[in-house]
Design a protein around this ligand. Structure first.
Ligand SMILES: [Zn+2]
Length: 273
């Protein structure tokens, strides 16, 4: 484990997708995490720009990992609204398949306080995820569930879900940083077999700021070492900034922690030849 790290970036759904792929490709990223999300990356918009996007992806030999909007409910108290949301999930999954994605991330309930009680929240979440798992599976896509907060779905809830459903996990490191000391390590220890994708970003341990790594309170070397000890896959730097430089700095920091400074500089030189 830990031999290679595959580093991706996520499109900003307010912008055109193809031009961002060019930006990420020119900046040395390895893949696109395609968030399928209104206004400019909805399934309809992506279908209309299919050729342009596929051309951009092949120009950089980019694979796609897909991502659904964080605000799609999975435990909505109104059955008709949940049903409509499942249909939107379905459209997103079909759109992901159109670009060859093999993995798609969904989130546990973003508004857990709308459930009348915790038991109902957890039961409804698992029920919706079971439905989505089947839809994704039929399209040949692995469904990954991202941790949002312990209030939404706790470590025990994840453990129970994994015993019932064959879904994977997207470990969101920034979200766990807010949950308190030792949570990142605890989730890794419990779910190393389930984690198939990682989101890495920083914050002040209080708000979900999606900062460049090293700009907040994340112990970057310690966290990267903990990931490297069990993992060899895709990591998306989920840094929300208008300025690509912050994303590049985050990538350099991740590579230095992963490979050591010497190898990082050699690789960088090689890439610029
Ligand atoms: Zn995330």
């Amino acid at each position: 484990m830990g031999e290679h790290v595959i580093i991706g970036a996520m499109n900003n759904p307010k912008k055109e997708v193809a031009e961002q792929i060019h930006l990420f490709g020119e900046s040395g990223f390895d893949f696109l995490e395609l968030t399928i999300e209104a206004p400019n990356a909805s399934p309809q918009k992506l279908a209309a720009a299919k050729k342009e996007i596929n051309d951009a992806l092949s120009a950089y030999n980019f694979g796609v990992v897909a991502h659904c909007p964080w605000y799609f409910s999975v435990a909505h108290p109104y059955a008709s609204i949940q049903k409509a949301t499942v249909e939107e999930f379905r459209r997103a999954f079909e759109s992901a398949a159109l670009f060859g994605a093999k993995k798609i991330t969904i989130h546990t309930e973003w508004a857990p306080y709308i459930a009348p009680e915790r038991q109902v929240l957890v039961a409804k979440t698992i029920e919706t995820i079971a439905t989505l798992h089947k839809i994704a599976h039929d399209l040949g896509i692995a469904l990954l569930v991202e941790n949002v907060s312990e209030a939404s779905f706790s470590l025990d809830d994840f453990r129970n879900m994994f015993s019932e459903l064959e879904v994977g996990m997207t470990l969101d490191v920034g979200h766990l940083l807010i949950e308190g000391e030792g949570k990142i390590e605890e989730y890794i220890r419990q779910f190393k077999k389930n984690i198939q994708h990682i989101h890495l970003h920083d914050n002040d341990k209080r708000r979900d700021l999606h900062l460049p790594i090293g700009a907040g309170k994340l112990d970057v070397p310690k966290t990267v070492a903990a990931i490297k000890a069990f993992y060899d896959g895709t990591i998306t730097l989920e840094v929300h900034s208008e300025d690509i430089d912050y994303l590049k700095i985050s990538r350099d920091k991740l590579e230095i922690c992963w490979y050591g400074k010497r190898k990082h500089l050699q690789d960088k030189k090689y890439r610029s030849l």
